[in-house]
Design a protein around this ligand. Sequence first.
Ligand SMILES: [Zn+2]
Length: 234
Amino acid sequence: MYEGIVQELIDELARLPGVGPKSAQRIAFHIVQTRNFDVTRLAGVLMEVRERIRFCEICGNISEREQCVVCRDPRRDPTIICVVEEPKDVAAIERTREFQGRYHVLGGAISPIEGIGPDDLNIRSLLHRLESGDISEIIVATDPNLEGDATASYLSRLLRSVGVSVSRLASGLPVGGDLEYADEVTLGRAFAGRQAMGDRRSIPTRPAVGGWASAPPPEEPTPPPPDDAPADPA
Ligand SMILES: [Zn+2]
């Protein structure tokens, strides 16, 4: 539609997730037309991020060092692991300030349609972490959609055989969506009301210092009814 290199730029931008053709065009013209837009800086950051960012050797989160900022933090409770699909989910949960434990990033979700099975995910290293015996609870915080549910069921079966308590985020999250799009209040509430998976009825209440900023009250383990949660305003 446009001449040579401009169209190439638009096409490249449109390949990015969440950028449609119109946004790609808007960004491209911003870059072309804005005199003080620092193209060198943007190009430099893009190159540098590829060089410097790696995956944490413990949890699979993105990191500039061998271990990510959460795994390096001695104040984080090492007995609870929250399992998420992507590094962006770690960021979403960190924004709620509800969780004081550690993470494990799977790098995706089980999806037969896309040919992604358990062996393609970062599960072996999770089992390896469990071998230490220090981990008492796993919270599965996969996306509330088909793939996320399949992954959660698989992990629940697998992990219960190791004797670890497995829970899943409570209802209230927008079904079919992405964890990262849930607002902080909804996501925080889903954490506090997390439900045990499989045949375990209750989950251990964590002390406020070690595990949860706001642990669910022990005498009222019942989660709020599903229609209690407001719809995502976004
Ligand atoms: Zn880590």
